[in-house]
Design a protein around this ligand. Structure first.
Ligand code: GCB
Length: 604
């Protein structure tokens, strides 16, 4: 299986970039019209001349930016365009357009030509382009957010017709419903930054680092050579704590031991020490430097026993959060303000861990998790999986590969999650996931593989193949609503069986209840702030019990903050299971969780 690795954009002595974020011209195809833009070759025209052209900020989801319900609920193609003059100073470089996330399907045109396409949001891709230095350059992107049984994540697409005997037709011609098989709004568009990368003729294309707690360290550099002769690399590793060089070497790959390294630890278990690998790509004949790339990484070891997850040979208990990249106005669009606030709130509540539910989060966030010492389970965008076909498996494999190639150098990422709540109680699912688990282990042998299940221990068909098991369950919410006294025993009873049957670490990866901020009812009633608090308290009693007898390796509340979903009678302007409101103000439950996480001993 072949995908190219992709490096995070960097500016330095040999490589540069322009961030093309800002206001792009935007045109939405009429609702229900498929491919008008493609048919009429909109990539050849100036979209700003269209009567219905407007601008759309990049990065941002387009859905919540206008007052037009048809923009919010659009299904189908939208078009973005951006024009720029290239600088004469850049003629020496090879240039690439890099897209950090476009959701869901993107066709990329440059100066009138189709240069590539990409399937799936949340993972970066790039294409080499030749700039015009004497005239305007034009990027045109057609984005389609339609979900179906052939997409990951999947959606249910249904045309509806109903005609009464009188001839009255309920639905307008071509009416369809698209229901996502998941519980978050399908925000679409250019969700993360777009870069014009300027790289040397021969450049460092891929960098793979593996660094363990015992000082074992290996790297592998892949170069796009452009025939520039015999290349080599000078390597320096610096401790960012002591600012000392701890290793110097030569070669495009090596496997060495560096004694006495300072370890990367999760918060509460020591410092999250980082090192920097500095690569100088060298032309062997001339001895000249051709390219430089610097990557931060950490020495740490992840292991799994029957009972627990060990980071640096110490039991790591996850005090965590399910989250979303979600905010008012820009939806799932990357925003450094929201990202920083979210991570600050994780720390404020004493958390040490999160899962990138239900898709890989921004690259900026992964670097921040490294720096802050927050341990992360990174999840591929495979939520709600139920169509276990060969083509879907191929797409899923591609997404796993893109995720690992993007994130494998981050010490904070301690596990890969291959799905959230798949229909994993069938033999088809077993065969499907068996291949994907093998693939993931072959792409990265240093991290455990997990999946997030909502099946039962008695019926699940994949759990035994996982390194550790994540279980989502909502006692007191979807089950036994209102019967608080049943919650503790429900969790103890169920988790205990998972543990007994599979003899693997179990993380309670979701639990919680909706609370509309400010809705006060005592005695508590579902949707009140008190009810959310009550559910948490009962669940925590169970977790303490399970933890004390070695049956629980971690807990993650659902969710850090309220977030938008599709409309449904069980959602009042989105999902309200947040500890925080959508604008990140704490609800009552946030204080309960804060107290728990702050006082919970790291080691039992
Ligand atoms: C789940 C899903 C999550 C939902 C949550 C809920 O099990 O994994 O995406 O948002 O339940 O609140 O229903």
């Amino acid at each position: 299986f072949e995908n190219d690795g992709i490096l995070f954009p960097q500016r330095n002595e040999y490589r540069h970039y322009d961030q093309l974020d800002g206001l792009w011209t935007f045109v939405r195809e009429p609702k229900n019209s498929y491919g008008v833009g493609l048919e009429n070759k909109w990539h050849l025209v100036d979209l700003e001349d269209f009567e219905n052209a407007t601008v759309m900020p990049v990065p941002s989801a387009y859905n919540d930016i206008t007052q037009d319900i048809n923009v919010r609920d659009h299904v189908g193609w939208v078009w973005y365009q951006y024009k720029f003059y290239a600088s004469k100073q850049d003629t020496e470089y090879r240039t690439f357009l890099r897209f950090s996330s476009v959701n869901y399907y993107a066709l990329i045109f440059f100066n009138g030509y189709l240069i590539g396409n990409h399937v799936g949001g949340h993972l970066p891709f790039q294409f080499e382009v030749s700039l015009n230095f004497n005239s305007l350059n034009k990027i045109t992107i057609a984005v389609n957010n339609t979900l179906s049984h052939d997409t990951i994540p999947p959606g249910e697409f249904k045309y509806l017709h109903q005609t009464y005997p009188s001839g009255i037709q309920v639905y307008p011609p071509g009416f369809f419903e698209l229901t996502p098989d998941f519980d978050f709004f399908n925000y679409a568009g250019i969700l993360r930054s777009v870069y014009l990368l300027k790289l040397p003729k021969s450049y460092i294309k891929e960098l793979k680092i593996a660094a363990y707690g015992n000082g074992n360290f290996s790297y592998r550099i892949n170069v796009d050579t452009n025939n520039s002769g015999d290349l080599n690399a000078d390597i320096v590793v610096t401790s960012l704590k002591s600012r000392q060089r701890v290793y110097e070497g030569k070669g495009l790959q090596a496997d060495v031991n560096i004694p006495h390294v300072e370890l990367w630890n999760p918060r509460g278990y020591g410092e999250p020490n980082l090192h920097e690998l500095e690569v100088h790509l060298i032309n062997n004949q001339t001895n000249q430097i051709i390219d430089i790339y610097r990557e931060k990484f950490g020495f740490r070891t992840v292991q799994v026993t029957n009972d627990t997850i060990l980071i640096n040979e110490k039991t790591f208990y996850c005090k965590g959060f399910g989250m979303h990249e979600d905010f008012e106005l820009h939806g799932r669009g990357y925003n450094p303000v929201v990202m920083t606030k979210d991570l600050n709130m994780v720390e404020w509540m004493g958390g040490n861990c999160y899962r990138t539910s239900h898709y890989p989060y921004s690259e900026e966030r992964a670097y921040e998790a490294d720096r802050r010492g927050i341990a992360v389970i990174t999840e591929v965008p495979a939520v709600g999986m139920r169509y276990f076909t060969k083509p879907i498996q191929k797409l899923h494999a591609q997404m796993i590969s893109e995720m690992i190639l993007r994130d494998r150098n981050h010490p904070s990422v301690f596990a890969w999650s291959l799905s959230n709540e798949p229909a994993s109680d069938s033999t088809t699912a077993r065969n499907y996931y068996s291949d994907l688990i093998t693939l993931t282990h072959s792409l990265d042998s240093t991290r455990p593989v997990t999946m997030v299940l909502d099946t039962y221990y008695s019926t699940d068909k994949v759990a035994d193949m996982l390194d550790f098991i994540c279980v989502n369950r909502y006692y007191g919410w979807y089950a036994n609503t209102g019967y608080l006294e049943t919650i503790t025993k429900s969790y103890i009873g169920e988790i205990y069986e998972w543990k007994r049957k599979f003899q693997k670490p179990i993380i309670q990866s979701e639990y919680g209840a909706d609370a509309i901020a400010g809705l006060s009812q005592d005695p508590s009633i579902d949707f009140s702030e008190q009810y959310q608090v009550d559910v948490l308290i009962q669940a925590h009693k169970a977790f303490d019990f399970l933890r004390a007898n070695g049956s629980l390796a971690g807990e993650m509340v659902w969710n850090l903050a309220d977030f938008m979903t599709a409309q449904s009678t069980s959602r009042a302007v989105g999902n309200h299971k947040g500890m925080l409101t959508r604008t990140r103000q704490p609800k009552m439950a946030a204080y309960v969780l804060k107290k728990r996480y702050e006082t919970l001993e790291n080691v039992v």
